[in-house]
Design a protein around this ligand. Structure first.
Ligand SMILES: CC(C)(COP(=O)(O)OP(=O)(O)OC[C@H]1O[C@@H](n2cnc3c(N)ncnc32)[C@H](O)[C@@H]1OP(=O)(O)O)[C@@H](O)C(=O)NCCC(=O)NCCS
Length: 225
């Protein structure tokens, strides 16, 4: 992989730049951001080049890799699909301090931040984000466009569906040790910061507390806090 562009100049984007900048085989050319206030800014020496209208030009200039750094799961997935259609290859940024088992399988376009862990036999989809110190234990499945915030922990035998958002420090642990029993965190659900999830979370639910309980269901297009 040669040149890479980062879509999103927020905190996730700056973190991705930091990670990719430590690799040997990629050059980050800068950020794309659709917020006009970002135009012309610089983060850690890398410029915000402009908005999405610049992407075809970048492709023409030999930028063939991209990573989408947008916190909103569904927007991240949508933008990533658009970039693939434009011919970009999605790259996965893994911090050198993270530990990813060679026996785990990762999709494309993800980010694994400093100190995060993905244990063996876990399978993650595309465009995931694991924040600093997040842990995915063994035998976990994670769908597409999932965000696991800083310090969250997913125990073995958990399935996290597409576009779920796991808050900071949350713990997801199947209550029973019975073999064959798995815990499912539903599509587009939100697990609040610090929650301890012991049972299935329905799709679109927001759960908080210890043990976690549903407080309400998400509205379409709602952004998690
Ligand atoms: C759960 C969350 C998304 C808020 O959802 P919401 O539907 O907007 O919830 P509200 O703020 O209306 O709160 C609903 C109730 O849940 C409680 N609540 C909200 N978040 C909570 C949490 N994390 N733990 C315990 N209780 C929580 C509120 O106090 C409120 O209780 P009340 O009805 O008794 O007053 C948000 O609080 C949260 O935890 N976001 C995750 C933030 C995070 O981890 N970011 C990542 C940073 S890296």
């Amino acid at each position: 992989m040669g040149k890479v562009v980062i879509y999103g100049a927020g905190q996730l984007g700056v973190m991705a730049a930091d990670i990719l900048g430590q690799g040997q085989d990629m050059t980050v050319v800068g950020f794309i951001d659709d917020d006009p206030c970002q135009a012309g800014r610089e983060y850690d020496g890398l410029p915000v080049l402009g908005d999405a209208s610049l992407l075809p030009q970048l492709r023409g200039q030999g930028v063939d890799g991209a990573i989408v750094c947008i916190g909103n799961n569904s927007v991240r997935g949508r933008v990533a699909r658009r970039l693939v259609v434009m011919g970009f290859e999605l790259v996965t940024a893994i911090d050198p301090t993270a530990r990813v088992s060679p026996k785990a399988r990762l999709g494309t376009g993800g980010m694994v931040a400093t100190g995060a862990i993905i244990a063996l036999h876990s399978v993650l989809g595309d465009n995931f984000y694991l924040g600093p110190g997040a842990v995915v234990s063994h035998d976990v499945t994670v769908g597409n466009n999932v965000l696991l915030s800083v310090g969250s922990v997913v125990a073995a035998r958990v399935d996290i569906a597409d576009e779920a958002f796991i808050g900071a420090g949350a713990r997801i642990v199947p209550a029973t040790m019975s073999p064959g029993v798995r815990l499912r965190v539903g599509e587009n659900s939100v697990v609040g910061a610090g929650a301890v999830v012991l049972q299935d979370v329905p799709a679109n639910a927001i759960v908080v507390g210890v043990p976690a309980r549903v407080v309400r269901y998400r509205q379409p297009q709602e952004t998690p806090a």
